[in-house]
Design a protein around this ligand. Structure first.
Ligand SMILES: [Zn+2]
Length: 221
Protein backbone atom coordinates (compact mmCIF):
# COMPACT_ATOMS: atom_id res chain seq x y z
CA UNK A 1 0.00 0.00 0.00
CA UNK A 2 1.13 3.54 -0.76
CA UNK A 3 2.53 5.69 2.07
CA UNK A 4 0.33 8.23 3.83
CA UNK A 5 1.80 11.14 1.86
CA UNK A 6 0.99 9.45 -1.45
CA UNK A 7 -2.57 8.70 -0.31
CA UNK A 8 -3.08 12.35 0.69
CA UNK A 9 -2.00 13.33 -2.83
CA UNK A 10 -4.30 10.73 -4.36
CA UNK A 11 -7.29 12.02 -2.34
CA UNK A 12 -6.61 15.53 -3.70
CA UNK A 13 -6.30 14.13 -7.22
CA UNK A 14 -9.57 12.19 -7.04
CA UNK A 15 -11.32 15.22 -5.47
CA UNK A 16 -10.20 17.32 -8.43
CA UNK A 17 -11.43 14.69 -10.90
CA UNK A 18 -14.84 14.51 -9.15
CA UNK A 19 -15.12 18.31 -9.30
CA UNK A 20 -14.00 18.60 -12.93
CA UNK A 21 -16.42 15.83 -13.97
CA UNK A 22 -19.31 17.80 -12.38
CA UNK A 23 -19.93 15.00 -9.91
CA UNK A 24 -19.96 17.63 -7.14
CA UNK A 25 -20.72 21.35 -6.86
CA UNK A 26 -19.20 23.91 -4.49
CA UNK A 27 -17.99 22.08 -1.35
CA UNK A 28 -20.01 18.89 -1.89
CA UNK A 29 -18.74 15.34 -1.71
CA UNK A 30 -16.28 13.50 0.47
CA UNK A 31 -13.58 10.87 0.28
CA UNK A 32 -11.86 8.61 2.79
CA UNK A 33 -9.15 5.95 2.81
CA UNK A 34 -8.49 3.37 5.54
CA UNK A 35 -4.78 3.48 6.34
CA UNK A 36 -4.84 1.30 9.45
CA UNK A 37 -7.29 -0.73 11.52
CA UNK A 38 -8.44 2.34 13.44
CA UNK A 39 -7.05 5.20 11.36
CA UNK A 40 -8.62 6.86 8.34
CA UNK A 41 -7.70 9.77 6.10
CA UNK A 42 -10.70 11.84 5.05
CA UNK A 43 -11.57 15.08 3.31
CA UNK A 44 -12.21 18.24 5.35
CA UNK A 45 -15.61 19.93 5.52
CA UNK A 46 -16.48 23.22 3.78
CA UNK A 47 -13.65 22.95 1.27
CA UNK A 48 -14.05 22.48 -2.48
CA UNK A 49 -12.80 18.97 -3.22
CA UNK A 50 -11.49 20.33 -6.51
CA UNK A 51 -8.87 22.48 -4.77
CA UNK A 52 -7.59 20.53 -1.78
CA UNK A 53 -3.98 20.43 -0.63
CA UNK A 54 -2.48 17.31 0.99
CA UNK A 55 -2.02 19.09 4.35
CA UNK A 56 -5.78 19.83 4.52
CA UNK A 57 -6.66 16.13 4.76
CA UNK A 58 -7.96 15.09 8.19
CA UNK A 59 -7.10 11.95 10.15
CA UNK A 60 -9.87 10.28 12.20
CA UNK A 61 -10.26 7.15 14.31
CA UNK A 62 -12.90 4.43 13.99
CA UNK A 63 -15.37 6.50 16.04
CA UNK A 64 -15.02 9.48 13.70
CA UNK A 65 -12.99 11.50 16.22
CA UNK A 66 -10.49 13.81 14.58
CA UNK A 67 -6.85 13.01 15.43
CA UNK A 68 -5.07 15.35 13.02
CA UNK A 69 -5.73 18.07 10.47
CA UNK A 70 -6.25 21.84 10.49
CA UNK A 71 -9.88 21.74 9.24
CA UNK A 72 -12.78 19.76 10.78
CA UNK A 73 -13.38 16.42 9.06
CA UNK A 74 -16.32 15.77 6.75
CA UNK A 75 -19.66 15.54 8.54
CA UNK A 76 -20.38 12.40 6.49
CA UNK A 77 -17.67 10.33 8.18
CA UNK A 78 -20.25 8.07 9.86
CA UNK A 79 -21.45 6.85 6.46
CA UNK A 80 -17.84 5.99 5.56
CA UNK A 81 -17.20 4.23 8.88
CA UNK A 82 -20.40 2.19 8.53
CA UNK A 83 -19.06 0.85 5.22
CA UNK A 84 -15.59 0.03 6.62
CA UNK A 85 -17.15 -1.72 9.60
CA UNK A 86 -19.36 -3.96 7.47
CA UNK A 87 -16.87 -4.69 4.69
CA UNK A 88 -13.30 -5.37 5.90
CA UNK A 89 -11.94 -5.60 2.32
CA UNK A 90 -12.93 -1.98 1.59
CA UNK A 91 -10.09 0.52 1.87
CA UNK A 92 -11.59 3.58 0.18
CA UNK A 93 -14.96 5.35 -0.03
CA UNK A 94 -16.00 8.16 -2.39
CA UNK A 95 -19.28 10.07 -2.16
CA UNK A 96 -20.59 12.53 -4.76
CA UNK A 97 -23.76 13.83 -6.43
CA UNK A 98 -23.27 12.92 -10.13
CA UNK A 99 -26.31 14.56 -11.81
CA UNK A 100 -27.64 11.72 -13.97
CA UNK A 101 -27.23 9.08 -11.25
CA UNK A 102 -28.65 11.44 -8.64
CA UNK A 103 -31.65 12.02 -10.92
CA UNK A 104 -32.51 8.36 -10.32
CA UNK A 105 -32.02 8.90 -6.59
CA UNK A 106 -34.63 11.69 -6.47
CA UNK A 107 -37.36 9.80 -8.31
CA UNK A 108 -39.20 6.54 -7.79
CA UNK A 109 -37.88 5.27 -11.14
CA UNK A 110 -36.06 2.00 -10.68
CA UNK A 111 -32.55 1.88 -12.10
CA UNK A 112 -32.82 -0.77 -14.82
CA UNK A 113 -30.32 -3.62 -15.05
CA UNK A 114 -29.40 -6.04 -17.82
CA UNK A 115 -28.75 -3.32 -20.40
CA UNK A 116 -24.98 -2.72 -20.68
CA UNK A 117 -22.55 -5.61 -20.10
CA UNK A 118 -19.75 -3.52 -18.56
CA UNK A 119 -22.14 -2.08 -15.98
CA UNK A 120 -23.29 -5.57 -14.97
CA UNK A 121 -19.72 -6.77 -14.57
CA UNK A 122 -18.19 -3.68 -12.92
CA UNK A 123 -21.08 -2.60 -10.70
CA UNK A 124 -23.63 -5.40 -10.60
CA UNK A 125 -26.57 -4.70 -8.36
CA UNK A 126 -26.88 -1.03 -7.32
CA UNK A 127 -29.22 -0.81 -4.30
CA UNK A 128 -30.98 2.33 -3.08
CA UNK A 129 -30.54 3.37 0.55
CA UNK A 130 -33.41 5.13 2.31
CA UNK A 131 -33.18 8.85 2.97
CA UNK A 132 -32.26 10.45 6.24
CA UNK A 133 -30.63 13.77 7.09
CA UNK A 134 -27.05 13.79 5.73
CA UNK A 135 -24.35 13.61 8.39
CA UNK A 136 -26.51 11.79 10.94
CA UNK A 137 -25.78 8.35 12.34
CA UNK A 138 -29.26 7.17 11.37
CA UNK A 139 -28.52 8.11 7.76
CA UNK A 140 -25.31 6.04 7.95
CA UNK A 141 -27.26 3.11 9.40
CA UNK A 142 -29.62 3.17 6.42
CA UNK A 143 -26.75 1.73 4.38
CA UNK A 144 -26.49 -1.39 6.55
CA UNK A 145 -28.98 -3.63 4.72
CA UNK A 146 -27.08 -3.04 1.46
CA UNK A 147 -23.50 -3.57 2.63
CA UNK A 148 -22.48 -6.94 1.24
CA UNK A 149 -19.60 -8.35 -0.78
CA UNK A 150 -21.49 -8.12 -4.07
CA UNK A 151 -22.22 -4.38 -3.75
CA UNK A 152 -19.71 -1.59 -4.48
CA UNK A 153 -22.05 1.32 -5.31
CA UNK A 154 -25.19 2.54 -3.57
CA UNK A 155 -27.71 5.19 -4.65
CA UNK A 156 -28.65 7.43 -1.72
CA UNK A 157 -32.30 8.50 -1.89
CA UNK A 158 -32.77 12.23 -2.46
CA UNK A 159 -29.04 12.73 -2.09
CA UNK A 160 -26.44 11.11 -4.38
CA UNK A 161 -24.15 8.11 -4.69
CA UNK A 162 -21.53 6.40 -2.53
CA UNK A 163 -18.99 3.94 -3.97
CA UNK A 164 -16.28 1.88 -2.28
CA UNK A 165 -13.58 -0.65 -3.07
CA UNK A 166 -10.06 -1.82 -2.27
CA UNK A 167 -8.49 1.29 -3.80
CA UNK A 168 -9.65 4.88 -4.10
CA UNK A 169 -9.27 4.88 -7.86
CA UNK A 170 -11.58 1.85 -8.14
CA UNK A 171 -14.18 3.51 -5.88
CA UNK A 172 -14.01 6.64 -8.05
CA UNK A 173 -14.34 4.56 -11.23
CA UNK A 174 -17.59 3.10 -9.87
CA UNK A 175 -18.96 6.65 -9.66
CA UNK A 176 -17.88 7.23 -13.27
CA UNK A 177 -19.40 3.96 -14.47
CA UNK A 178 -22.74 4.61 -12.77
CA UNK A 179 -22.92 8.21 -13.95
CA UNK A 180 -22.10 7.25 -17.56
CA UNK A 181 -24.68 4.46 -17.42
CA UNK A 182 -27.44 6.75 -16.13
CA UNK A 183 -26.56 9.35 -18.76
CA UNK A 184 -26.77 6.78 -21.57
CA UNK A 185 -30.09 5.47 -20.19
CA UNK A 186 -31.60 8.95 -20.08
CA UNK A 187 -30.46 9.73 -23.63
CA UNK A 188 -31.59 6.30 -24.88
CA UNK A 189 -35.05 6.73 -23.40
CA UNK A 190 -35.48 9.91 -25.43
CA UNK A 191 -34.57 8.16 -28.68
CA UNK A 192 -36.60 4.98 -28.30
CA UNK A 193 -37.25 1.88 -26.23
CA UNK A 194 -34.34 0.54 -24.20
CA UNK A 195 -33.39 -2.94 -25.46
CA UNK A 196 -32.43 -5.38 -22.66
CA UNK A 197 -29.66 -7.97 -23.10
CA UNK A 198 -32.23 -10.70 -22.47
CA UNK A 199 -32.22 -13.57 -20.02
CA UNK A 200 -29.96 -15.92 -21.95
CA UNK A 201 -27.21 -13.36 -22.65
CA UNK A 202 -27.46 -12.08 -19.08
CA UNK A 203 -26.90 -15.61 -17.77
CA UNK A 204 -23.89 -15.99 -20.06
CA UNK A 205 -22.52 -12.66 -18.86
CA UNK A 206 -22.97 -13.50 -15.19
CA UNK A 207 -21.24 -16.81 -15.80
CA UNK A 208 -18.20 -15.03 -17.27
CA UNK A 209 -18.33 -12.61 -14.34
CA UNK A 210 -18.19 -15.57 -11.96
CA UNK A 211 -15.19 -16.97 -13.86
CA UNK A 212 -13.47 -13.59 -13.41
CA UNK A 213 -13.81 -14.11 -9.66
CA UNK A 214 -16.33 -11.29 -9.25
CA UNK A 215 -19.17 -12.09 -6.86
CA UNK A 216 -22.73 -11.39 -7.94
CA UNK A 217 -25.82 -12.58 -6.06
CA UNK A 218 -27.57 -13.16 -9.35
CA UNK A 219 -25.11 -15.93 -10.33
CA UNK A 220 -24.83 -17.37 -6.85
CA UNK A 221 -21.11 -16.86 -6.71
ZN1 LIG B 1 -23.65 14.39 -0.18
Amino acid sequence: MACEEEIRGLICDIGRRMYEKDFIAANDGNISVRIDEDRFLCTPTDVSKGFMKPEMIAVVDGQGRQIEGPIPRTSEIFMHLEIYKALPHVRAVAHAHPPHATAYAITDAKLPSGILPEVEVLLGEVPVAAYDTPGTKSFAQNLRPHLKQTVNTILLSNHGVVAFDQTLEKAYFHLETLEMYCRILLIGMQIGNIRPLGELKMRELLESKRRMGLADDRCGG
